[in-house]
Design a protein around this ligand. Structure first.
Ligand code: DUC
Ligand code: ZN
Ligand code: ZN
Length: 484
């Protein structure tokens, strides 16, 4: 009656922990009960934890940066590494560069993503919101279940300006989609770059100085205001500052349609890591940059308080050579070094060890932050929890096993990991995607291309009443019908 039964485990969801067996049929959970007999295959969970498979909601896979640098991971290596890190699905970015049509971009990523071993979707990055993009191509993307996209407030080649952002927020709202934003003030960063360059301060460590905390805080505040003006849902990616997190928390208390994430690197690393000898510091360059210990403590408090829906990796794998970090030469100044770091396999083991094992968060919070909330926010309605009818996306975790992070453990195409040498407790030992075992005790069981594209539903705004601007309310604006 069942293809597979997982027995003798402790099932954990975002709300509950209980002893129970899971029966799987046709890739879905068919039954959960105290005891389930039979099954063509029986997997003994051996008293370990049976969790929803992770959903990685922020990863750069087979993606060219605006400077033209290709990530080291394609959909095969990136998805394999994700699977070893306890993930059953992921949502990398499909990036539009200026002048490109969204239809073409999606066709390109469809071809690249065919190699994935786990289920996938894309967030669409919009850098060129032409009339055709806004009125024809985005609605077509929504129709095929791509219900989120990312815009930038920084980088000359990506940043849309406030007006462009309002256009995207408005179109997204009309379709029930969510806009994601990289929030850093472009002019502050450029001004800092000029001041540092004038003094010849171009080593990797100055990357951390060039992107001030205030640049993030200002942009987070502005992004929230823009979204509030048109009452559109907004997701702030990779929040790296206490000030940015506090702004998110306050806006959420006001009922804004707001979501946010932070990433392990902002909890684990500081700007002093960029001051390692020689070029080593370049390994720790990402944007926004890693900060300091006080910020780490503040971000943990915000994780505990529910400010963030997810802890995502922002896996941006640029190798430590001329194909990645150093396409502009081994001695390139920091503004010409690719920024981004890998972390797709380390995300969940890090969060489990530093979060659950150290008593900072509950198991329920771990499940919510690693899977359930991403499923709800990004419309993966068949994923993110364990109950009958859901996809059998499951990770069996040994909560006591310890492991030291090494490059070999990552299974990606990278030549370093910024988490090298960290001793972590808690290991995802068996991972399933739609009922198929894809990782089993250190062995890959998946076949290239077995992952499927997931058409996603609209954003779940339950519990977020939003905000009505007086000036956009016909009852208060002399009847002007201008609201989106
Ligand atoms: N933003 C990201 O989300 N990832 C890598 C670099 C960046 O600017
Ligand atoms: Zn970003
Ligand atoms: Zn990113």
């Amino acid at each position: 009656m069942f293809d597979t039964v997982i027995h003798s485990g402790t099932v954990v969801t975002a709300t509950d922990t209980f002893r129970g067996d899971i029966g799987i049929r046709g890739g879905r959970i068919a039954a959960i009960a105290e005891r389930i007999e039979g099954g063509e295959r029986r997997i003994d969970a051996g008293n370990r934890l049976v969790l929803p498979g992770g959903i990685e909601a922020h990863a750069h896979i087979a993606q060219e940066s605006s400077a033209g640098v290709m990530t080291a991971d394609d959909y095969y290596s990136g998805s394999v590494s994700a699977a070893f890190g306890g993930n059953s699905s992921f949502i990398p970015f499909a990036g539009q560069h200026r002048g490109q049509s969204v239809d073409d971009v999606l066709a390109t990523y469809d071809a690249r993503a065919k190699r994935s071993v786990i289920d996938y979707s894309y967030h669409l990055i919009i850098s060129d919101p032409t009339e055709n993009v806004l009125t024809e191509e985005l609605p077509r993307a929504f129709k095929r279940g791509i219900t989120s996209f990312k815009v930038f407030m920084t980088y000359d080649l990506m940043n849309l300006g406030d007006g462009g952002m309002l256009d995207i927020l408005t179109v997204a709202k009309e379709h029930g989609a969510i806009t994601m934003v990289h929030a850093e003030n472009n002019e502050m960063v450029k001004w800092m770059n000029r001041r540092l360059a004038a003094k010849g301060l171009t080593a990797p460590k100055y990357h951390a100085i060039s992107r001030p905390e205030l640049a993030e805080e200002e942009a987070v505040n502005r992004a929230i205001s823009l979204a509030k003006l048109v009452d559109a849902p907004l997701f702030i990616v990779h929040v790296s500052t206490a000030g940015g997190a506090a702004l998110v928390q306050r806006a959420k208390l006001d009922g804004a349609k707001l979501f946010a994430e932070t990433c392990p690197q902002y909890l684990a690393l500081t700007r002093h890591d960029l001051d390692r000898p020689g070029r080593e510091g370049a390994k720790f360059m990402c944007s926004p940059p890693v900060r300091d210990h006080a910020t780490q403590d503040a971000l943990w408090k915000h994780i505990q308080a529910g400010t963030f829906e997810s802890v995502s990796s922002d896996h941006a794998p640029y190798r430590f050579d001329e194909t990645g970090k150093f396409t502009a030469g081994l001695d390139a100044p920091y503004p010409k070094i690719a920024n981004g770091m890998p972390g797709i396999a380390a995300r969940l083991p890090y969060l489990f060890s530093e979060g659950v094992v150290k008593g900072r968060i509950t198991l329920q919070q771990f499940v919510a932050l690693s899977s359930t909330n991403a499923a709800k926010t990004f419309g993966m309605t068949q994923k993110g929890s364990l109950y009958p009818g859901m996809d059998a996306d499951i990770a069996i975790w040994n909560p006591e096993a310890t492991r030291t992070v090494t490059l070999a453990d990552q299974h990606d195409n990278m030549d370093f990991t910024p988490f090298e040498g960290m001793a972590l407790t808690g290991v995802p030992e068996v991972v399933l995607n739609r009922g198929q075992v894809i990782v089993e005790h250190g062995e890959l069981r998946a076949v290239e291309g077995q992952g499927r594209f997931i058409a996603r539903a609209t954003v779940d705004l339950t519990g977020k009443p939003g905000y009505r601007s007086k000036e956009l309310d016909p009852a208060q604006n002399f009847g002007a019908e201008i609201a989106p």
